[in-house]
Design a binder for this molecule. Sequence first.
Ligand code: IPE
Ligand code: IPE
Ligand code: MG
Length: 232
Amino acid sequence: METPLKHVALILDGNGRWAKQRNLPRSDGHKEGAKRAFEIAQHAFQHWHIPFVTFFAFSTENWQRPKLEVSTIFRLLNAHLKKQRANFIKEKIRLHTLGDIAQLPSNLYATLMDIKQVTSQFTKCNLVLALNYGAREEILRAIKLCTQASPTVQSLDWNTFSRYLYTADIPDPDLVIRTSGEIRLSNYLCLQSAYSELYFTPTYWPDFNKEAFNLAIENYKKRERRFGNAEQ
Ligand code: IPE
Ligand code: IPE
Ligand code: MG
């Protein structure tokens, strides 16, 4: 039996190679990539009625990149979010974030907090940005918070522990999509994707369009999810 798709999580990879292929600066790849994310989210909400779409946009490891690339990514993201602010409201899309966003540049932090606040009453369509997110940081943070709240962890179960993850109010991803041909998770939602279906495509993120998204969903629909159970 097909499980309804509640959450698709994407790893937006290949912006740099997309630009290189065209003799463009890497920043052009990031600019194009930011546009694609909003388009794909709208398509997922409108066409597939998927309530949660998450994009891995900046990892805790991405700080290792040259300073100029890091600041450019944040600048482009901030500009794009500001441009889309009215659309978030018009289309009733709620913005969420995963990761320690307080460490981001203050203008980007302010934009994120503003859009999160003005969209907080929406429930149907949820666009989640993983920014300065890393699963290992998330797990350590959750352990610290959890043991602060209840120092005796003897009776701890998964339901209680998972409340301390960034994804406390977000269902586990049914499907994780990674573009650009890399076949790894790169510290993305490691615990939440324990039973996710994984889909890898060689397409670079800026070339990933609605048709490419549809192919991933069609592929997902053919899978049989067992969650440890016997074949049905
Ligand atoms: C993904 O594209 C965007 C981020 C990780 C911020 P990349 O910048 O990793 O592009 P490639 O992998 O170098 O092509
Ligand atoms: C993963 O892409 C992180 C994001 C898409 C934000 P990377 O390009 O950073 O991953 P690696 O370095 O190839 O594993
Ligand atoms: Mg990459």
